[in-house]
Write a protein that binds this ligand. Sequence first.
Ligand SMILES: Cc1cc2nc3c(=O)[nH]c(=O)nc-3n(C[C@H](O)[C@H](O)[C@H](O)COP(=O)(O)OP(=O)(O)OC[C@H]3O[C@@H](n4cnc5c(N)ncnc54)[C@H](O)[C@@H]3O)c2cc1C
Length: 396
Amino acid sequence: MARIVVVGSGIVGLAVARQLAGRGDDVIVLEKEPRIAQHQTGRNSGVIHSGLYYPPGSAKARMSVAGARSMTRYAQERGVAVETCGKLVVATDESEIARLHVLAERATANGVPARLISATEARESEPEVSCVAALRVESTGIVDYPGVCEAMVADLLAAGAELRLGESFDSARTEHGSIVVETSSGRLTVDALVNCAGLHADRIAAACSVDPGARIVPFRGEYFELVPERRSLVRGLIYPVPDPRFPFLGVHLTRSVTGEVHAGPNAVLALAREGYTWTDFRAADVADALSWPGTWRLGVRNIVPGAREVVRSLSRAAFARSLARLVPGITAKDLVPAPAGVRAQALRADGQLVDDFLVRSAPHQVHVINAPSPAATSALEIADHVVRQLDEVVAA
Ligand SMILES: Cc1cc2nc3c(=O)[nH]c(=O)nc-3n(C[C@H](O)[C@H](O)[C@H](O)COP(=O)(O)OP(=O)(O)OC[C@H]3O[C@@H](n4cnc5c(N)ncnc54)[C@H](O)[C@@H]3O)c2cc1C
């Protein structure tokens, strides 16, 4: 039995803590906020991704395919709202058909059940959609992620773990084979540390003298919601064919387990790591992003699409036009703003986004540096991987 501190009570930290506590370790979860899951986990699309998009053999592909099953099973077992409703990826004109076929091949390579269908068949499940062809993916689902987190907290507390809300990690050092952790409330001496701090994961690694190998750049994803009387325009989940040059999926339409229809998220650089609006500005976060050479390299390469995202962020009409490509009946009048989320995306110094999940270890420490989408889907699989890594670095 080891005494282990887990930093962060998003879905990844809670899944790790639950697994460690469940096998008998003495676990303390540190969370700087007064409540669990206040950042990425509590502000996402609520989708259980099938594993369709990711390069075959990548951690994202493996852990998303397995995670879609394990997350659905966990939610069902714990009475959390979940539904395997499937989704449509729609080609809105002929120029997107070749990319739709590439996506279908990738689905096959990843073992994801997906089928190319005609526009007529697509309209049988989504009567308001506009497309020339579509990919129907059966294993995509929707779930109440905050509900999953509450179930995980119940599990870890039942197994004897301690959840310290409102206590932040400050720094850590290794002393005689133990780790001495300084927190906002005092000092802890533990056998091992796991960093699942999402938007702050790179800083926490650095505060443990571990090179994160990348910097977290915050990309805000803004959402609208369809007004209740227009929700009938969308029955399930409707996605565009993603542009392979960009890391995000493009604004899409998703029905939640409680029946609302969300539209978004777009992707704009946030002016604070937890910057949920244009007026949330934190000089230290902006300086961090601008002093990283990768940010400039990424910006120069993506100046046109980046500007387009800013326009869509500032203009509801532009946002509505993107949605109307998928469902022509949607207009700006049908949209009301909904809370935004901020993605923690790791960026290398050369300007390349870290595509896959990135976990780094050091003696007695494991750091989850890059866990963007589909990390909520994959949380139980990431936890399994992190616990195995931890066992290796503790035994070494
Ligand atoms: C807009 C958006 C849409 C998304 N949609 C989906 C989706 O539909 N499906 C999907 O699978 N994934 C989706 N994702 C991705 C998914 O939400 C994240 O990958 C996942 O939630 C990451 O969880 P986490 O625990 O790593 O991070 P977080 O949920 O961000 O948790 C990190 C926690 O660490 C805490 N913390 C940070 N610093 C400290 C410190 N110093 N001391 C103590 N605590 C600290 C934070 O307060 C926070 O609670 C989406 C993400 C966004 C932003």
